[in-house]
Design a protein around this ligand. Structure first.
Ligand SMILES: [Zn+2]
Length: 347
């Protein structure tokens, strides 16, 4: 059972300084995470591995050039090189890892906007997770729920007030020729570069994500929402018609669910949407309501992956939950949301 040992790092200064501080602070997390994939390293020496690596290197260095100085600073902090970090991220993609089939969702009610995130990787991958609170940068404070493997942006609030939460896609996403950038590396530019949902839409269309992708909900400082679905070199985007939206492994903009696991991801999406619909009419405190939704245990059709909180799941058990209150600028975090006490950080 996870008892809320989430690694929290407070960084200060400009982006490069913060990246270096974060790298230094997560050295142990990085080593533990890399070790999870060490026995699969031979995948990098296959023809497909070499091709994907060459593609990712070329595209990342070219299309994400603005992020490279921060990646280099982060790598230095960790005690490795940018090239090593790119390699590990490609390896994770080649493993078609089943890790992390989380849920992110956003809801707006009475001029208040909140993003909730459940992070479901199973216990072995829990050390990957890091919450960075960035202060005294070039703009407002930031909160970035990220991976110790890279300067990712799984969930949180960026310097422009753009908030996000989401999940990874099914491991069946084809790698194909591997033309694009791994999902983990793709989200770095969102943190540094995107000011609103229009920027995200442009990034989705311009940089493909091969292999296992991800689905994400974004909400910007103007309370505009966007739901994106990416993976296997394909993508779909949707602007929700409701003042709430959830992202699970369900991808109606790309394909209909076929396997029982995909159907469970759809049912989990339906459960979140149902609870969010109720919450949108309720007088109950919105943050407390979102916390309760993240801890909900309703199972559909007997499949454990259909429940919002999957604390006992064999593969994708919920390890951490986070709530980002964009209006009061508070970050609430917790281990398994039904078993641990919530704590709060003010941005
Ligand atoms: Zn639970």
């Amino acid at each position: 059972m996870n008892t809320a040992d989430l690694t929290i790092v407070e960084t200060r200064g400009g982006f490069a300084e913060r990246a270096a501080q974060l790298g230094e602070a997560v050295r142990t997390n990085y080593a533990v995470t890399v070790a999870l994939f060490d026995n699969r390293r031979a995948l990098l020496d296959t023809a497909q591995g070499k091709q994907v690596l060459a593609n990712v290197r070329a595209r990342y260095l070219k299309r994400c050039a603005d992020v490279i100085p921060y990646m280099v600073a982060f790598a230095k902090g960790v005690g490795t090189s940018l090239d090593d970090i790119i390699e590990v991220n490609v390896l994770v993609m080649l493993c078609k890892s089943r890790l992390a089939e989380c849920t992110g969702f956003a809801i707006t009610r009475d001029a208040r906007t909140v993003v909730g995130q459940n992070w479901d990787t199973g216990e072995s991958a829990a050390p990957m997770a890091v919450l960075e609170i960035g202060r005294d940068g070039y703009g407002p404070d930031t909160a970035r729920f990220t991976s110790a493997l890279t300067l990712d942006f799984w969930a949180g609030i960026n310097p422009h007030g753009l908030a996000t939460g989401g999940c990874s896609g099914p491991s069946g996403d084809p790698i194909g020729t591997g033309a694009g950038v791994t999902g983990t590396l793709w989200r770095g530019p969102v943190f540094y570069r995107c000011t609103d949902v229009d920027d995200v839409k442009e990034l989705v269309a311009s940089i493909p994500v091969p292999g296992k992708g991800f689905n994400t909900v974004y909400v910007d400082a103007h309370d505009r929402m966007l739901w994106t679905q990416q993976g296997g070199g394909r993508f779909g985007t949707a602007v929700p018609e409701t003042p709430y939206c959830a992202a699970t492994g369900y991808r109606p903009a790309m394909n209909e669910p076929r396997t029982p696991k995909e159907q469970a991801a759809r049912n989990r999406w339906r459960r979140f949407m149902h609870l969010a619909e109720q919450a949108s009419h309720s007088d109950h405190d919105l943050v407390e309501t979102v916390k309760a939704i993240l801890a909900d245990h309703h199972v559909t059709d007997g499949h454990p992956d259909s429940a919002p909180c999957r604390h006992d799941g064999p593969e994708n058990s919920t390890q951490f939950s986070l709530v980002f209150d964009l209006t009061s600028r508070n970050v609430h975090y917790c281990g398994q949301p039904c078993r641990n006490e919530w704590r709060r950080i003010k941005l």
